[in-house]
Ligand binder design. Structure first.
Ligand code: SF4
Length: 283
């Protein structure tokens, strides 16, 4: 091979190498550029994700804060309800209101009642009156002239004596007890109520007792004692005794009107009222 031919071959080889390595270099540059761009995109995506994550955490914190606030509010409402209930003067005002509501309903029905002929001559029917949460219920016979006029039980002379005995022997005011009768309309000329009248009217008495749920029911006189203990005995035999009924205790004493007519019996009634006080203390 001549010298020129050899040189030509070398130049061609160099051109070939330039061509090949030039492409490779270009490819590498392109790849580096591409990689840079990809890396930039990745950085951007990461940044975005970080921001999103940060925002998510902030939102989560905000929601947790709101939840805590609501829980605090709920707790304070609950606490105030509990505090209110436990600071009530009566065991539960709700129960007292329920009793009041029941007694009002009974009284309304009594005022409109026509179950027996006594309604025809009444000025006012006389429902029970007093404390719906009373521990003692006093039960008389029937309204008299004053009660018929005022629509309230025991407001005449008998009422005064009863109030005195309650105050002096038991130590309570009239407003602490509940006072009612077996019959709620005045019998003509203050006669004794008849059996039929008692049968027609006494369910109201048991409704009142059931609403109040007292510790003791005091029968004042014979008709009340017979209805409450369910026996047809003489008052002289029942007086001064306690009778246990499934729902409450009954104690029998004279009617104050009887003691007014027979003043020597007032002392007997005083002794009876002392027994009532003893009973309440022992409960
Ligand atoms: S006495 Fe009793 S039963 Fe008779 S009308 Fe009056 S409320 Fe009704």
């Amino acid at each position: 091979m001549s010298r020129d031919k050899k040189l030509n071959e070398i130049i061609q080889y160099i051109d070939f190498l330039e061509e090949v390595f030039g492409d490779i270099a270009f490819t590498i540059d392109e790849k580096i550029e591409k990689r840079k761009e990809e890396s930039k995109r990745e950085d951007k995506a990461e940044k975005k994700f970080g921001e999103k994550k940060e925002k998510g955490e902030e939102k989560k914190k905000e929601e947790e804060g709101k939840r805590e606030e609501e829980d605090k509010k709920k707790k304070s409402i609950f606490d105030s309800i509990v505090k209110e209930c436990y600071s009530l003067p009566e065991p539960w005002v709700a129960i007292k209101e329920e009793k009041t509501h029941l007694l009002r309903d009974i009284a309304d029905r009594i005022r409109a009642c026509k179950r027996c002929p006594l309604w025809e001559k009444r000025k006012n029917a006389v429902p029970g009156d007093g404390n719906p949460s009373a521990e003692i219920v006093f039960v008389g016979e029937a309204p008299g002239y004053e009660e018929d006029k005022k629509g309230k039980p025991f407001v005449g002379k008998s009422g005064k004596l009863l109030e005195t005995l309650i105050k002096e022997e038991i130590g309570l005011d009239r407003s602490s007890v509940f006072i009612t009768n077996v019959v709620r309309c005045r019998p003509p000329e203050n006669r004794m109520p008849e059996k039929k009248e008692i049968e027609a009217c006494s369910p109201y008495l048991f409704e009142e007792i059931n609403a109040i749920k007292p510790k003791i029911v005091v029968a004042l006189g014979s008709p009340a004692a017979k209805v409450l203990i369910g026996r047809d005995e003489k008052i002289s035999e029942m007086r001064g005794n306690f009778y246990k009924r499934p729902e409450f205790e009954v104690f029998v004493t004279f009617h104050p009107a009887y003691a007014i007519r027979n003043p020597s019996q007032i002392e007997v009634m005083r002794e009876d009222f002392k027994k009532i006080k003893e009973f309440l203390r022992s409960e």
